[in-house]
Design a protein. Structure first.
Length: 394
């Protein structure tokens, strides 16, 4: 990227002592992204592989006290993993949008632009968590927690390698649908509890959008379950040893892709918090850590939705093991790397869409869900059922 032109009459030039923020440093950018990815990989190995292996190695899971200690440790690690994911994706989003829109701050404020997010976090921590007089106080406070807990609970069912999952549920697909619906409740309640028209409109928009797009999303998940013959996510990954599901279930994949972007409430589906229309929509009256919970949940979902897409359609953790024994810790480490690489590709595609496409109108948003995605999802479900019957006959 070439040197960015700055106005000569600018009163405060964005520079640090001994560091020119407008000078491109490709090697520093690559180093920063490599360190971000390595930190995320290390947290995934710790939360999904190392700690469970340690508890099994010493037999602590066989006692009630050991199992409770394991549950507490895993909950803490899942929270830390969610925080690390959110922090890294905030940096990546700001840097990518800064590159697309040629904004100096996110690209070069500090080495590789990392200071931008640090100061954003300090700003949120230092802000007063203020609630206006007219709000429904209890619902106003509970709504951000509902949204964050919903995203947090989804991490429990995400398999990142063979045997590396916090809870290998036999109804994993139904769990995803149920828990993701809780987040919609939090967003709607947060908007309706504020006592102003911007929050009210944002809450109504969020309710209509999330409910509309959860229907085709659930049908796309059901199509995968029908074709794989199981609702367990690990079984669905194992079913893709020959051919990834994206090939036979391409229609369901397209439905999942569009509906998941709508579930993120990001451009071009950002009507619930459209800044040019609703100030900040359901976020209008939130500040401090209450706003941070909404913000963190959005970026955790930006990791989880591509993660489940990889599990359902792109073979999950499948990849060459180079002679490592399947089920071993070393194989799990390598498989988690394959999984994270696939997720990183799709996260970048989600950010690319967010940075380039314009916002839909409200009527276009509803038409796409009910007249476009819903019929397509039903066709995809029929295709999955037909293919399943054909495979059973063979």
């Amino acid at each position: 990227m070439s040197r960015m032109p700055l106005p000569a009459d600018r009163l405060v030039q964005p520079k640090l002592v001994g560091y020119d923020p407008t000078r491109p440093r490709p090697w520093l950018e690559r180093l920063a992204y490599t360190l971000f990815f390595a930190a995320l990989w290390a947290m995934v190995i710790l939360a999904y592989g190392a700690v469970p292996a340690l508890f099994r190695r010493f037999g602590w899971l066989s006692t009630t006290a050991g199992f409770l200690a394991y549950a507490v440790v895993e909950a803490v690690l899942a929270f830390l993993l969610a925080a690390v994911v959110a922090l890294i994706l905030i940096v990546v989003l700001r840097k990518y949008l800064g590159k697309v829109q040629e904004r100096v701050g996110p690209m070069h404020y500090g080495p590789a632009g990392v200071f931008q997010t640090v100061f954003d976090a300090l700003k949120l921590l230092g802000k007063e968590d203020f609630a206006p007089k007219r709000v429904d106080w209890l619902i106003f406070r509970i709504a951000p927690a509902i949204v964050f807990v919903s995203a947090f609970l989804l991490m429990v069912a995400l398999p990142v390698a063979g045997g590396w999952v916090m809870a290998d549920l036999n109804v994993g697909l139904l769990y995803i649908v149920a828990v993701s619906t809780l987040g919609a409740y939090g967003v709607v309640l947060g908007g309706l509890s504020q006592g102003n028209k911007w929050g009210l409109l944002g809450g109504f928009r969020a309710g209509a959008q999330l409910v509309s797009y959860e229907v085709p999303l659930a049908l796309a998940l059901l199509a995968v379950g029908v074709y794989a013959g199981s609702l367990r996510l690990s079984d669905i990954v194992e079913h893709q040893y020959g051919v990834w599901h994206v090939v036979p279930l391409f229609l369901s994949f397209v439905v999942y892709l569009v509906a998941s972007i709508a579930e993120l409430k990001a451009t071009p589906f950002d009507l619930p918090e459209a800044e040019s229309e609703l100030v900040a929509g359901y976020n209008t009256e939130y500040s401090g850590m209450s706003f941070a919970f909404f913000f963190l949940a959005e970026f955790v979902e930006l990791f989880l939705l591509p993660g489940f897409m990889v599990v359902l359609f792109f073979g999950g953790w499948h990849g060459p093991l180079f002679g490592l024994a399947p089920g071993s810790f070393a194989a799990g480490v390598l498989q988690s790397l394959y999984f994270l690489i696939k997720v990183a590709v799709w996260v970048w595609i989600f950010l690319w869409i967010r940075a380039t496409l314009p916002r839909f109108r409200d009527d276009q948003l509803m038409d796409l869900a009910w007249k476009g995605l819903l019929p397509l999802a039903l066709v995809g479900l029929l295709v999955a059922a037909f293919l399943r019957m054909f495979l059973e006959v063979l």
